[in-house]
Write a new protein. Structure first.
Length: 145
């Protein structure tokens, strides 16, 4: 049975499910930062997904990239699957801007997270969910956080 790694549960808001992945919003208002987590048990690496799931993950990743470009007007997308601290397979999608606090370096380890206020998180979630309602009919919102 699928469950999120405790660190992802602690650091993120759970938004819902696409056909393969759970969609998370990182609780860091410095960057629009979404994470896809394939709902597969004991999967650590992309290559452990079968061919169909790899294709589905790429489609979902492209959708999230499109979301960050269109909704948040990202100047650059950073997409990464590190897994050094959280071994569960997850794919980060971060909207980057020339004015963001870590630019041009990677975001990891640069600055501590600045959590959203409740109002800010509600506004960001609404933008994301509105985009997905229009562009991803297979998306199912979850009421976990």
């Amino acid at each position: 049975m699928f469950s999120l790694h405790p660190q992802l549960e602690q650091d993120c808001f759970q938004l819902g499910d696409l056909p393969l992945c759970r969609l998370l919003l990182m609780n860091d208002r410095q960057y629009p930062w979404l994470i896809l987590v394939p709902r597969k048990t004991d999967t650590r690496e992309l290559l452990e997904l079968d061919e169909n799931d790899q294709k589905q993950l790429m489609q979902e990743s492209n959708l999230i990239g499109q979301l960050l470009l269109e909704v948040f007007f990202a100047e650059k997308l950073n997409v990464a699957a590190l897994g050094n601290m959280v071994p569960q397979l997850h794919l980060h999608h971060i909207a980057r801007f020339h004015h963001d606090p870590a630019w041009p370096a990677p975001v990891w380890g640069k600055h501590p997270a600045l959590c959203y206020s409740e109002k800010e998180s509600d506004e960001v979630k609404a933008k994301i969910l509105d985009f997905l309602a229009k562009k991803a009919p297979a998306f199912t919102a979850v009421q976990l956080s």
